[in-house]
Ligand binder design. Structure first.
Ligand SMILES: NC(=O)c1ccc[n+]([C@@H]2O[C@H](COP(=O)([O-])OP(=O)(O)OC[C@H]3O[C@@H](n4cnc5c(N)ncnc54)[C@H](OP(=O)(O)O)[C@@H]3O)[C@@H](O)[C@H]2O)c1
Length: 361
């Protein structure tokens, strides 16, 4: 084949394939909905105008001061919900609250301090919520950290596990009666398509979790996001077994969203070209938080979720149901995680160390 005909074939190939590339990529489960440009073939599953009037509804958002949490609160407040902003840093929480109040002077907002990496803080926060609020119509487990350098929580557990999974596990346990009492209600957990990268063995015991030699920031993030899915699936089965049918618990991947989450990305890709590429994507083709937070808002308040009793589903941008990884379907591992999480909480409540060797047996 001469050079000219090779070029002709190549350009023909590009002309035919390139327009369909987003369509092809959007069929890969891990990529679906990841970027806005992959969304052009399918309409949004939910738009801001479809948010119902939320007067009389109380909704809690963790990590409400920044990124997706902040815009989740804005959508809810704009539609008259009373919103509890659960924030680790009160100074940042106040700035966020004031910003929303400037835009919506009548917004009903409550700022409460919550550090998910500290179980005593989770307990104190949940006690305040239980005392102060008569109902909780939706619990949005949004806060998260990603690919942090090796570090331990105040309770001595690997930080990504502690914040992304165990803190939310205990928070939900403490608030579940209120959510059930408020039914029909919802619980939403923010996972990630990053869970597709989780690999066996999974790290759950203190010995595995805290082993510095085994620590891989990206793998531990992926596993913590897989644990969000296990948590939702197990919570669903436990509610069902207890005869509770009006609490709808779903899991969300918000897409690749322009937020502060990537602040530790350099721990995985280094400071060079990998980081530059990440920043380029983040600043150009990533979702904005106002649109991307609609998937969480959909799972929390959409009439469709209540009318069709949608529960234990995985949604990706924007508010479209999709499939999770094969590992996310492993019920035995979901059971194992639940049992070990219960044991961590029992040890905490008994005033024992969480890194006690009992959990390694
Ligand atoms: N952005 C994405 O592309 C993406 C993709 C997939 C999944 N997600 C998930 O979406 C969720 C929201 O992330 P984001 O992108 O909006 O990130 P973000 O901009 O970094 O916001 C994270 C929020 O979590 C809070 N937080 C961190 N540690 C906490 C702790 N110990 N206790 C209480 N709150 C804590 C942060 O508070 P401070 O400001 O005080 O640190 C902040 O409010 C996360 O669960 C993340 O895994 C995001």
């Amino acid at each position: 084949m001469c050079f000219a005909s090779f070029c002709k074939n190549c350009s023909l190939f590009l002309l035919i394939v390139v327009p369909f590339l987003p369509l092809l990529i959007d069929r890969i489960p891990m990529m679906t909905g990841m970027f806005p440009f992959l969304h052009f073939t399918t309409p949004f599953g939910f738009i801001a105008e479809e948010i119902p009037d939320l007067s009389g509804k109380t909704i809690l958002v963790t990590g409400a001061n920044a990124g997706l949490g902040f815009d989740t609160v804005r959508h809810l407040a704009r539609n008259n919900a009373e919103v509890i902003l659960a924030c680790r840093n009160m100074k940042k929480g106040n700035v966020a609250m004031e910003k929303i109040k400037e835009e919506m002077p009548n917004a009903k907002l409550h700022l409460l301090q919550l550090d998910l990496g500290n179980l005593a803080s989770v307990e104190a926060f949940a006690k305040k919520v239980n005392k102060q609020f008569k109902s909780l119509d939706s619990l949005i487990l949004n806060a998260g950290i990603m690919m942090t350098p090796y570090s331990l929580s105040d309770d001595g557990l690997q930080l990504q596990f502690a914040v992304n999974h165990l803190g939310h596990f205990y928070l939900t346990k403490m608030l579940l009666d209120l959510v059930v009492k408020s039914g029909p209600s919802t619980i939403v957990s923010l996972s990630s398509a990053g869970h597709f990268s989780a690999e066996l063995p999974l790290y759950m015991t203190p010995k595995d979790l805290n082993d510095k030699d085994k620590y891989m920031p990206d793998q531990h993030y992926a596993q913590s996001k897989l644990f969000n899915i296990y948590f939702v699936s197990k919570l669903n089965s436990r509610l069902k077994a207890g005869g509770v049918n009006n609490v709808h618990v779903n899991v969300v991947h918000p897409g690749f969203v322009r937020t502060e989450l990537g602040r530790h990305f350099h721990t995985v890709v280094g400071e060079g070209i990998g980081l530059a590429l990440f920043e380029l994507i983040n600043n150009s083709i990533a979702w904005g938080t106002e649109e991307a937070s609609l998937t969480s808002v959909y799972a929390a308040v959409s009439p469709k979720v209540f009318n069709e009793k949608i529960t234990n589903k995985y949604f990706h941008p924007i508010a479209r149901e999709t499939s999770r990884s094969w590992l996310a379907e492993r019920e035995d591992l979901a059971n194992e995680l639940w049992d070990i999480s219960e044991r961590y909480i029992t040890q905490f409540q008994n005033g024992e160390s969480l890194t006690d060797e009992k959990l390694d047996q």
